[in-house]
Design a protein around this ligand. Structure first.
Ligand SMILES: Nc1ncnc2c1ncn2[C@@H]1O[C@H](COP(=O)(O)OP(=O)(O)OP(=O)(O)O)[C@@H](O)[C@H]1O
Ligand SMILES: [Mg+2]
Length: 355
């Protein structure tokens, strides 16, 4: 199951989830950048990709296989679609979990037309036999289909059309070495700066017909956890507020008031994030404390605390994972309006989104 499936649109904490909620797929499609030129930020990745695509275009061959790696909501799927669009190629879409048997992949591969882009989302979750088939396909544009069982089994080589594989993963660490090595180019997606998120928001506001003022954009960007998907979602929530309780324009006061309603604080922490920090600081004196104990203290599953809250708290410099358990940094104490005890990790407070 994809982590996102655990979410519902009306539950607590969803507004800051980096995963898509089921009801927003349509609007996400509307807001997706279609060409490289519309794709905001990730300057490095964009430049590298431009070279890869242009080089291949000049040589008249499909470009090297591309691996897109990075946290959810940063634009991997968008970029895969853009690669196909820039090449003028068809995009075939599948995902790691869908390729349970090698036969599923063989069917997909044998239907490819020369130059097609095959997008495998969550490629780290591909089953072993399919992965092994993929090695040969990526390297030699060939698959060996095994017919029969036991000593009588024979393998029939099957040619496939030269194609470009685009793989996306939120966990490049759990990709096997042989698979990783077969990608000619790996794009590491970074979290977006506040300025880049403002640009994303301006673009989205124009598409949605929202009157977004610069100070309103800055306020939303600062609370979006470096993630375009979250920025777009907060924009939609703020728009609701602006239309219902104000004159429709997203100004600074409107953005502030709206985000307060949705429990998103100035640093982009929600109620659960603050509960985790609060328990860590107030109940456990700043730690170290084990993840299960911490989770019980806030009435959540350890996996929720670990996968939903922690990545951002760590990145924001408020929580540290140590061998003895979770520890609150000085920034966490300050954020809760408390004075950290002497020898607290990380005084003075670090800045968010340092490059
Ligand atoms: N660089 C960008 N410029 C403009 N909008 C963006 C950009 N990156 C992402 N977005 C917006 O964020 C949304 C989510 O992006 P996308 O689905 O491509 O992320 P993802 O990395 O594939 O996430 P996941 O890991 O959940 O699959 C898109 O619908 C798009 O509106
Ligand atoms: Mg995606």
């Amino acid at each position: 199951m994809h982590e996102a499936d655990a979410w519902t649109d009306d539950g607590d904490g969803v507004v800051l989830s980096p995963h898509p909620v089921p009801t927003e797929r349509d609007v996400e499609a509307t807001l997706r950048p279609k060409r490289l030129a519309d794709f905001v930020g990730q300057a490095r990745v964009r430049e590298q990709l431009e070279l890869v695509l242009e080089g291949a275009r000049r040589r008249g061959v499909p470009p090297d296989h591309v691996l897109l790696s990075g946290p959810p909501g940063l634009g991997k799927t968008s970029l895969a679609m853009i690669i196909a669009a820039e090449l003028g190629s068809a995009l075939r879409v599948t995902s790691g979990p869908a390729l349970e048997r090698a036969g599923d992949l063989a069917a997909m591969l044998s239907n490819l037309v020369e130059g097609d882009v095959l997008f495998i989302d969550e490629i780290h979750r591909i089953a072993r036999p399919a992965e092994e088939m993929l090695y040969l396909a990526m390297e030699d544009f060939r698959v060996d289909v095994v017919v029969g069982k036991g000593p009588g089994a024979t393998s029939i080589p099957l040619e496939i059309a030269p194609f470009t594989l685009v793989g996306a993963t939120t966990r490049s660490g759990s990709l096997t070495g042989p698979l990783r090595d077969r990608f000619g180019f790996t794009a590491h997606m970074e979290f977006y700066s506040a300025e880049e998120l403002e640009q994303v928001l301006r673009r989205s506001a124009a598409i949605l017909g929202v009157e977004l003022r610069p100070d309103g954009a800055a306020e939303i960007a600062g609370r979006s956890r470096g993630t375009p998907r979250i920025a777009n979602r907060l924009l939609r929530r703020v728009r609701d507020y602006a239309e219902v309780r104000a004159d429709g324009a997203v100004t600074l006061p409107v953005a502030r008031a709206a985000l307060e309603v949705y429990d998103v604080d100035e640093l982009g922490l929600d109620r659960l994030d603050r509960a985790v920090l609060g328990a860590l600081v107030r109940t456990f004196g700043g730690g170290p404390v084990g993840i299960s104990t911490l989770a019980v203290a806030v009435g959540e599953e350890p996996s929720t605390v670990e996968e939903v809250c922690e990545p951002y708290l760590v990145r924001a410099g408020m929580l540290a994972r140590t061998p003895r358990g979770r520890v609150a940094t000085a920034a966490a104490w300050h954020h809760l309006g408390l004075e950290p005890p002497a020898q607290t990790l990380g005084d003075p407070a670090p800045t968010l989104f340092d490059a």
